[in-house]
Ligand binder design. Structure first.
Ligand code: ADP
Ligand code: MG
Length: 406
């Protein structure tokens, strides 16, 4: 065993992952309770049987809007008939809920999230709305970011097969999610930046802006923006260094790059100077908002991936190569999380085997097994998991229930 494998197995021997999962009125599940092992879990079933929904539910136990980035209102089960009494929400003010018993390095915790309906902002406000609440050990907590201290999930979805093609937004979100797995503040920073940017944009569009207000927004955005850029640079440097020292033996060597004005300026300028530049640049670009032109900044940064050996940008690689590049990133991210966070993430791999050739598919499955992680892997094709036949829990999804298949 090499030094890296030894370090990884030292952390992973104290198991982390989901040991019990309960869904209530979540998508197609009126009620579902699963007891699981901390090993690869293969979920098979026909299209539309509910495989992705199980993975999505787990992703809601980490900060953010889950692996589909869904609207909360879309998740509540649409046909509320035949609810098994056992699974009736104890508190009917919830429209849907996910709870789980998880292990973090062998220690048990209970996490839960639910959408509370009919909330009111205050006594005098009669408008109602839905709000997501989060509980850790039965205690309501105010910040979702706290969840990240207990459970980390890394996912691959079929939508990510097109990650390297098209617009920059999905790549930026993918990158930012990787950043906040290491730096929980990053989620708050990006959310705050977005909020301020929208406010600034609206003020300029409606022409109601007062100069001092605009300047103060620009000042806040530039400070946050530089912090966002610096955190992204740190993550990319960490992954590149890791990949350079520990290249994978099957999946391609990659190099990650940030293509963004603010990130690039931090190469050779101190953060305070970049902040000044950013603030002045936002001020200079006010007319771009009015003219519907492009506004440069951290909300435009692109995340570039290169296939090193081939000197090829990911977007010019074949579909199968692009999937392999994605797997390379995910494997490096997983190992870095184990090393730097000190506990193993759960992998949520939705149809991950699509586009991989048989050798790469089997190699990926063996790597997951050897890493000793919990990985939830979906497929419509149960026969492709032979290499894990003695090492995985095989579940079958049908008629809105999940059963063990032998
Ligand atoms: N809010 C909802 N209420 C009830 N069913 C839903 C809801 N949202 C999605 N579904 C249904 O859940 C089913 C399973 O979806 P999914 O888990 O994506 O299937 P797959 O097994 O192919 O991954 C689909 O038929 C989908 O239409
Ligand atoms: Mg699916």
């Amino acid at each position: 065993m090499n030094a890296l494998a030894e370090k990884l197995s030292e952390v992973v021997k104290e198991k982390s992952g989901v040991s019990r999962l309960t869904l209530t009125n979540f998508r197609n599940y009126a009620g579902l309770r699963l007891e699981t092992d901390l090993c690869p879990i293969i979920l098979t079933g026909e299209n539309g049987s509910g495989k992705t929904n199980v993975l999505e539910a787990i992703s809601f136990l980490t900060p953010g809007r889950g692996l589909r980035g869904a609207r909360l209102a879309d998740i509540k089960r649409l046909t509320p008939s035949l609810v098994t009494p056992d699974f009736e929400p104890a508190n009917e003010s919830f429209s849907w809920a996910v709870s789980a018993q998880i292990l973090k390095n062998g220690e048990t915790f209970n996490l839960g999230t639910a959408v509370q309906k009919n909330c009111r902002e205050n006594e005098d406000d009669f408008r109602t709305f839905e709000r997501r609440i989060v509980q850790i050990e039965g205690q309501k907590i105010s910040s979702q970011a706290e969840l990240g201290k207990y459970l980390s999930a890394i996912w691959v979805t079929p939508q990510m097969d097109r990650l390297f093609l098209g617009g920059t937004q999905p790549r930026r979100s993918f990158l930012d999610r990787m950043v906040y797995a290491f730096d929980l503040e990053h989620a708050k920073r990006t959310a705050n930046f977005e909020h301020l940017y929208k406010q600034w944009y609206q003020l300029l569009k409606t022409g109601q802006a007062d100069a001092r207000w605009l300047l103060s927004l620009e000042e806040e955005m530039s400070a946050l923006g530089v912090a966002i850029a610096a955190a992204r640079r740190e993550l990319v440097a960490k992954l590149n260094t890791f990949i350079e020292h520990e290249p994978d033996d099957v999946f391609p060597d990659i190099e990650l790059q940030l293509d963004g004005t603010i990130e690039k300026m931090l190469d050779d300028k101190p953060a305070v100077d970049v902040e000044d530049f950013y603030r002045e640049n936002l001020c200079r670009q006010r007319h771009s908002v009015i003219n519907n032109d492009y506004v440069d900044g951290v909300n435009r940064t692109d995340f570039k991936v290169y296939y090193k050996k081939k000197h090829m940008p990911a977007e010019l690689c074949s579909t199968g190569e692009q999937k392999s590049l994605l797997v390379s990133i995910i494997l490096a991210e997983t190992k870095c999380q184990i090393l730097y966070k000190g506990f193993a993430p759960v992998l949520l791999l939705d149809e991950v085997t699509t586009h991989l050739d048989d050798i790469k598919r089997d190699a990926l499955l063996m790597k997951i097994k050897n890493l000793g992680l919990q990985a939830w892997i979906t497929s419509t094709e149960p026969t492709i998991f032979d290499v894990l036949k003695n090492d995985a829990l095989f579940l079958h999804v049908k008629n809105n229930t999940v059963t063990t298949s032998f």
